[in-house]
Design a protein around this ligand. Sequence first.
Ligand code: NAP
Length: 288
Amino acid sequence: MTAAILDGKALSEQIRSEIARDVATFAAETGITPCLATVLVGDDPASQVYVRNKQRASEKAGIRSQSFQPDAATTTEELLDLVHRLNYDPAVHGILVQSPLPKQIDERRILEAVDPLKDVDAFHPENVGRIVQGRPRFMPCTPYGVQQMLIRNSIPIAGAHVVVLGRSDIVGKPMAILLMQRGPGGDATVTVCHSRTRDLAAVTRSADILIVAIGKPKFVTADMVKPGATVIDVGINRLETGLVGDVDFEAVRQVAGRITPVPGGVGPLTIAMLLLNTLTAAKLQQAK
Ligand code: NAP
């Protein structure tokens, strides 16, 4: 069997055109153009690419972007000052602080300082709590992108055994939460695995849907996948030969029923969901 490819690029274009339409409607009704402020500390090349892609995608969807690039030696206090300024700026609706931050910065203090109504990454504890309780304000971008990938490809989630490999605050944990919620797009039986999981391959082989986010190139091999399973590869690893995921794509596609490529899988959907959250942020602030 050769797996069907789940095309994140095409799906992301479709979702982004839906968002562009909704941004235009909102702007026509209110006279407000949603605006995303991006904060990139230092000059890490990979982060620069991510931020530039996010700005380009925003502009294509009719969302303004403002860019701030404090130097790599910035202190926590200086960054907090910038975040506070953006919190109080009525022209800014969403604030994105690109991670990773330099070591001297207390990342937790920064994420907690972002106004929860402008927290388009959904990293603030208030927004995380709302997601856990099933009443989200903003959706966690990467996990929501994965959920939409499953829903829009008519992959059954309710009752399925989903195995999430990785338990980070950004991907693994919120991913598990979204798919275990009651209701449409949820109702899965979710198992979360990590570096202390015993007999990992036995667990991953029991998955109807295997979602991998560990940051280890080609870690998931064909023998770890149940024949016919859906395999979602969140990993992005930069090797000299180019980008690869956490899944050994060529081997696993011989076993899986459906699989996401890297690049062109989950990555483009993450950006689409950031745009959606920026529009939501503008609506929330307009309603306030
Ligand atoms: P992270 O914070 O480094 O977390 C990695 C997780 O994987 C941890 O929970 C860790 O377990 C687990 N892990 C590591 N090695 C393992 C092993 N040998 N066996 C089992 N579990 C293992 O990573 P992250 O931020 O979630 O990112 C994961 C990957 O996704 C990275 O490649 C990142 O670049 C990519 N990513 C992509 C997008 C996108 O838009 N496509 C967005 C975000 C992240 P412990 O908790 O036990 O240490």
